[in-house]
Design a protein around this ligand. Structure first.
Ligand code: EPZ
Length: 434
């Protein structure tokens, strides 16, 4: 098992380049198996979740040719098997996209029930409702979801909540169904739009992605495509807030500033300086005084993203005054609060609300990442804290952040990744950074 060791207190300074969006890539890789022709996907993030999906599609017969770290060619003409169940795929949430993709193309799919970050109960009833509306029979047996249909026929589907996963999954199945499908109350997140754009580049006919009504005309066949994935909004947001928390000045390249507006608006409200460029954003917090408090409620896009909630709470815990953060998407996304308290944060959680009394500083401690984004927030806290912080269970962080410690180090952070058993590496690091 590996851990990060951080010596905090150094403001982040410099430039960082953001990778492709993990949550778009997961949908796009599933979509890629819906054609027998070769697709080329660029700007693919090299993170654990992505590699698990590549392994899963390779296991069922797709030819996966990894060209460098960030590009892959996939040819799925030899897929024989529509059953996906291996140990790692059970741990990721996005395994469910393979269900929509296999059902759309082969009219049958057997996929293990999804796992993913433990941030509360994560039902998939809306996905199943959508598949059934298209004519599939869906059952759960021995931990597997089995979806089968003689024919898939377009339908009008109203989602009870604007679920990202259900919107993408139903889009995948419907784009090869017969006739028209309308998804109402669809999710509008940038990765929903990116998956739809990719499918359209393969010959699908999807209109309205990015609004709350998506209209899909089914096609018989999808074809080859070359596609570059959009930048990761959450990776970019994480660096924005880390720059602010460490009182730094960071220019973040390869972003779509429009996707970051909710985060930018909160930083500006708190008194931080943010400058937007065409495909870059700069966060400057070097004026010496603490940022102010604000209130945040997580919402679906274009509201404040739940995937940035732990990071903004961490920043607010270092800001002046009392802030209230309300989590309205997931029921159990404050598990990092106890860890942050070990570093001196004053946060009280009541139901889905955190009341945060800002403190002047954090002090380093040994903390454990409870999930992906909370892990990133604890790293941010460690970078801002006085003294040494150890963050363990970084396997969660590596599910979604590529070379996190390297990118932070290039911005001046004192941070290493070591094996938890490697005491010598820890000592060497402590001696080096004092
Ligand atoms: C996606 O999860 C992301 N994961 C999550 O990112 C992200 O937090 C979330 O969307 C919200 O933006 C991937 O894209 C792989 P939802 P997903 O369906 O699709 C309820 C990260 O850190 N719901 O939009 O699972 C659900 O319980 C991860 O990168 C149902 O009740 O999210 C939740 O309360 C974590 N029934 C809400 O809707 C359903 O059938 C939103 O979930 C589906 C969802």
């Amino acid at each position: 098992m590996e851990q990060y060791i951080i010596k905090g207190g150094t403001p982040l300074h410099g430039e960082v380049v953001i990778g492709g969006a993990k949550n778009a890539a997961l949908g796009i890789l599933a979509a890629a198996i819906m054609t027998d022709e070769t697709v080329t996907i660029e700007n693919l993030p090299n993170v654990w979740d992505i590699n698990v999906v590549l392994q899963a599609i390779s296991d069922i017969g797709a030819y996966v040719n990894r060209i460098g770290k960030h590009e892959v060619k996939i040819n799925s003409s030899k897929i024989q098997n529509s059953a996906i169940d291996y140990e790692n795929i059970r741990k990721i949430r996005a395994s469910y996209y393979l269900l929509g993709a296999l059902l759309g193309k082969y009219k049958k799919a057997h996929v293990t029930l999804p796992g993913g970050c433990n941030i509360g109960s994560r039902p998939i009833d809306q996905h199943i409702k959508g598949f059934e509306a298209l004519g599939a029979e869906v059952k759960i047996e021995h931990g597997m979801i089995i979806a089968e249909a003689e024919r898939l026929i377009g339908n009008h589907i109203y989602l009870d909540m604007a679920s990202v996963g259900a919107t993408i999954n139903i889009t995948l199945a419907a784009c090869m169904a017969e006739g028209k499908t309308i998804i109402e109350n669809a999710a509008k997140e940038p990765h929903v739009v990116d998956v739809a754009n990719f499918l359209n580049s393969m010959g699908a006919n999807i209109k309205g992605a990015g609004t709350d009504v998506i209209r899909i005309k089914g096609v018989n066949k999808l074809h080859a495509s070359e596609y570059s994935i959009i930048p990761d909004q959450i990776e970019a947001g994480t660096f924005m807030l880390a720059a602010a928390a460490t009182k730094g000045d960071v220019l973040i390249h390869a972003v779509i500033p429009k996707h970051l507006e909710a985060i930018t608006a909160k930083l500006v409200e708190m008194g931080c300086y943010v400058e937007e460029f065409d495909d870059a954003i700069r966060v400057i917090n070097t004026q010496g005084k603490r940022l102010g408090h604000t209130h945040v409620k997580t919402l679906t896009y274009p509201g404040f993203p739940t995937d940035m909630q732990p990071q903004i709470s961490t920043l607010l815990a270092l800001s002046e005054g009392t802030s209230v953060v309300t989590e309205s998407i997931f029921e159990n996304r404050f598990k990092y609060v106890d860890e942050l308290s070990r570093m001196g944060a004053k946060i009280k959680v009541e139901g889905n609300t955190a009341i945060i009394d800002g403190v002047e500083k954090f002090t380093g401690a040994v903390v454990s990442a409870p999930d992906l984004r909370a892990g990133a927030a604890l790293v941010t806290a460690g970078l801002a804290a006085e003294g040494f912080t150890t963050v363990d269970h970084i396997e969660y962080i590596e599910r979604g952040y590529e070379e996190f410690e390297k990118k932070m180090s290039r911005l001046g952070a004192s941070m290493i990744k070591t094996d938890v058993e490697d005491e010598k590496a820890v000592q060497r690091f402590r001696l080096k950074v004092g």
